[in-house]
Design a binder for this molecule. Sequence first.
Ligand SMILES: *[C@@H]1O[C@H](CO)[C@@H](O)[C@H](O)[C@H]1NC(C)=O
Ligand SMILES: *[C@@H]1O[C@H](CO)[C@@H](O)[C@H](O)[C@H]1NC(C)=O
Ligand SMILES: *[C@@H]1O[C@H](CO)[C@@H](O)[C@H](O)[C@H]1NC(C)=O
Length: 609
Amino acid sequence: MKYIVVSGGVVSGIGKGVIASSTGLLLKTIGLKVTAIKIDPYMNIDAGTMRPTEHGEVYVLNDGGEVDLDLGNYERYLNVTLSRDNNITTGKIYREVIEKERKGEYLGKTVQIVPHVTNAIQDWIERVAKIPVDNSGEEPDVCIVELGGTVGDIESAPFVEAMRQFQFRVGHDNFALLHVSLVPDMHGEQKTKPTQTTVHSLRGLGLLPDLIACRLLGPQSLLPTTKEKISMFCHVAPEQVFGVHDVSSVYHVPLLLQSQGIVEYLRKRLNLAALNLPETMLLKGQTLQKRWKELTTGQERLFDTVSIALVGKYTDLKDSYMSVTKALEHCAFRVHRRLIIHWVESSDLEPETQETNAAKYHDAWRAVVGAGGILVPGGFGSRGTEGMLLAIKYAREQKIPFLGICLGFQLAVIEWARHVMGITDATSSEFFIDTQSPLVMFMPEISKTHMGGTMRLGLRPTVFEPGTENWSRVRKLYGGASKIWERHRHRYEVNPAYVQRLQDSGLVFAGKDEKGERMQILELPDHPYFVGLQAHPEFCTRPLNPSPPFLGFVSASCNQGVLEEQINVQLHNFKPPHPEGSMVSESILRSSIPEKTIVNGHVNGIVGE
Ligand SMILES: *[C@@H]1O[C@H](CO)[C@@H](O)[C@H](O)[C@H]1NC(C)=O
Ligand SMILES: *[C@@H]1O[C@H](CO)[C@@H](O)[C@H](O)[C@H]1NC(C)=O
Ligand SMILES: *[C@@H]1O[C@H](CO)[C@@H](O)[C@H](O)[C@H]1NC(C)=O
């Protein structure tokens, strides 16, 4: 196993994750199997209990692990399936060490950061790196380890020390360090001092950088003179210094790194020739490289646009819809359009806003009315839901393509109940606990009295209803499969008591859970594209394999012809992005995955629907 550790210097948030995943992608293009581990030097055990405002999006893995968007980056770039163990935090490591200590496994010795914590870190990395992450079912060849934070922080110190020891544990040929630094531009001069300082402190901690990636915040590339200067003062060869300036899209970063010879360098440095890759893997790599290149160069020449209104909450913090944005982006690549997202704060669509701030109200409605398609993503709490309902009603009545995800799906059901069935007070018991018309309710098997409620989390199957093969566009977009798998994260669902009446009034639930009890996909046959999913399909989108329901939505938002065309492509080419092994029935899953417990008092802040 080859390890590439990616550390950061100077400041965080300069795209270390993108550089790390791009490096992984490049290694895939030469036929290697790549996995990734993200180290976050926080005390938290998982990201599920963190507020989205503070944290960006909560990203859900197949195994129900709740992590942050960095692991999403790796899954999308590397086309792999990771587990909750691919995210290491200080909290998780300490918990492991303390549990071992309690069990007496240290034989009464004094337990210390060095060697006990640092050993636990190394053992964890070695163990998780070997877990197969793709369809091959084989151990990966390379593991990218991204070290969060910046070198020199108190928080990351045990991890840096663990990495120092690790280079000797695995041997020189199997360990490379990529250090990401910032090269600020001051009045046209590229400054190398911060990089010198951070490399200096890295060396002081016993780690020698093999590659220095210099981030430049702007369109200017790294000047040859700057490169020489860094090479000289940081004591590395010029070929070990790379520039990463701002490019038109993050999908160009792999090509940017490749053009500077990163692959050749790593090939030599890690002695990759000795791996003797099979012919099939080499071919796979070449195909990937070709497709990636087409994808990124194709993007440069897009004249037509597709505009989407994203009607949500927290639209100020766009990171909380990162995966949704990515899914839309991947679909736009596929249909060769430039994507325009109108971020609409749903409460701005409500009549009260018209009274208090008419300009805001009109702007919001103008964005909705002007868009090719309307998307209502997942969210939580009741604020802004009336605005979402208005947007859904508009989409349904005016035959505008619509996609509802999780909360958006539940609201589409409520909107139907109110305006088609005439249940005017229809709502969700999440918003109004004593309602007479709970169209959406707390999942029955979850105890309501017991505050430590649970969520339905992770990869779950959906079964299409018989007969849907003849008309359901969603099903065709999934290649016509009768059973599909998507990731879920919810605690409320459509109330089974209303299902018959909803169906009798013309609403079609095209997909249900395996027992046929939970409504999971809604689709209106006589509408250009009106689809809702209880699942979060955005978590499984890939640049070269966009999420099917999103693809249908974006295509329909262009026009009906594009939708027909993409349905045809999908019918012949769709392959699920999940390895075989992860697609198992829910009854088996339920017994193996620990359901997540919600800490009392945090419930309102964290419930994601
Ligand atoms: C890993 O878990 C920690 C703890 O909750 C979280 O803060 C961090 O963002 C997670 N990292 C990733 C990459 O998911
Ligand atoms: C992505 O991974 C899935 C499952 O491992 C596989 O079926 C699919 O062919 C892969 N796609 C690409 C473009 O490599
Ligand atoms: C659906 O199509 C199949 C073949 O394409 C046909 O045999 C079947 O009768 C159709 N079912 C319905 C309900 O139209």
